[in-house]
Design a protein around this ligand. Structure first.
Ligand code: HSE
Length: 393
């Protein structure tokens, strides 16, 4: 596509779509222009000229002058249909839909290979942090051990406001929604589904292993209470919602869980809607990436970077899939956790390998001990609002 103007057909004009419009307008020297934007609701008032908009998806998908389809909508099934059709029609596709991508990775991998067209989705994971391209291009060997970090801007914003400004959970969540960070259904953020979709995508690019989102355990910050916050503060720690995937004994495990984070940890100082990713590899120890993980222009800039990469025919090579020595996925891993509850009948302490600390008061109890991740996945008792869990470092 060198030396030509790329015609874009965009699906969706929400926070990210508008962010892309803004960064595109403010970036000089990018040979791309918006030809059409497909939206669902024609009656909604829009900040730009109505001639951009259509409600007919074929005005983009069947237009031979549109080179690149940019998919930025909220509905998973509709997004997959659009992306599949665009790839089949030979169009390059850029997407930010983490859920749709995570749930359909094997099919999307096939589609881009069969149709020999690029499918890029840097904005889907950690928004402005160029993590997918780094995993693809720089870490194309088997020395990478772990990808770990904060992959959700909304929950990091909420935790920052709670720890730094003593705001209530509800007020902080409302602010994250008002600022356009949260998902339309914010339980996806606060219960840890959104970062799970992202870690499933990162796991594929880090290790070449396809994992279904339902195989990965996620537990968010929805049960956090003042007792947990005091527990962390008394230890000079903070709490961050951590997504990670890590090699262990020839396998790879992954999860999303709140962690108690000490001051010396690089993730401690990642505040507000920022995300932070720590990579661990055999010879470099830790490397740290930080950047805005949510918000219109931060995410729009990653979409624009993908569009710009298409100008030099960039595509993911998925070398680690092709190498055919990828680790298999496991949930068989031991975690050291703090488990807080109200009464002993609410939890099953027999599931623990060992318990090193026990606390009881009239209101709350907790134990510190080691438990298998698979047991946590199966533990119905974690659904009880009186029960919370934190991974200890
Ligand atoms: N709701 C997401 C977040 C948006 O808060 O991180 C960016 O993916």
């Amino acid at each position: 596509m060198e030396n030509k103007i790329i015609n874009l057909g965009i699906f969706g004009f929400g926070v990210v779509g508008q962010g892309l419009y803004e960064v595109l307008n403010r970036t000089k020297g990018i040979n791309a222009r918006i030809k059409k934007i497909c939206i669902k609701d024609p009656n909604k008032s829009r900040p730009i000229d109505s001639s951009y908009f259509t409600t007919d998806k074929n005005e983009i998908l069947e237009d031979p002058t549109i080179d690149v389809v940019v998919e930025l909508i909220n509905e998973t099934e509709a997004a997959f249909e659009i992306v599949s059709k665009a790839l089949r029609n030979g169009k390059a596709v850029v997407s930010a839909s983490k859920r749709m991508i995570a749930e359909n990775l094997p099919a999307l991998y096939q589609l881009q290979a069969e149709n020999k067209v690029p499918f890029l989705y840097e904005a889907s994971s950690c928004a402005s942090i160029p993590i997918i391209r780094n995993l693809e291009e720089y870490y194309d060997n088997d020395l990478l051990n772990a990808v770990e970090g904060i992959c959700n801007g909304s929950t990091n914003y909420i935790l920052t406001k709670i720890f730094e400004e003593n705001l209530s959970f509800t007020t902080a969540l409302q602010q994250a929604q008002d600022l356009g960070f949260a998902e339309t259904d914010p339980t996806l953020d606060i219960e840890g589904y959104d970062p799970k979709f992202k870690i499933v995508i990162l796991l594929l690019h880090a290790f070449g292993t396809f994992v279904k989102p339902e195989e990965v355990f996620n537990f968010g910050i929805h049960h956090l209470n003042d007792f947990d916050i005091q527990f962390a503060k008394q230890r000079n720690c903070t709490i961050k919602l951590i997504a990670q995937c890590r090699r262990q004994n020839g396998h790879v495990f992954a999860y999303v869980l709140p962690h108690l984070i000490r001051e010396h940890n690089l993730l401690y100082d990642v505040y507000n809607e920022y995300n932070g990713i720590l990579l661990e590899s055999a010879f470099t120890d830790k490397q740290f990436f930080v950047g805005k993980g949510a918000g219109g222009t931060a995410t729009g800039s990653a979409v624009l970077s993908d569009i710009s990469a298409l100008l030099y025919n960039y595509r993911y090579e998925y070398k680690k899939i092709k190498q055919n020595n990828q680790p298999s996925f496991t949930n068989d891993v031991k975690l050291k956790v703090y488990l807080r509850y109200k009464s002993p009948d609410q939890v099953d302490l027999a599931e623990f390998f060992n318990i090193s600390e026990k606390y009881e008061s009239t209101e709350w109890r907790y134990v510190v001990g080691a438990i298998n991740l698979q047991k946590l996945r199966e533990a119905g008792w974690l659904k009880n609002k009186d029960v919370n869990i934190l991974v200890l470092e």
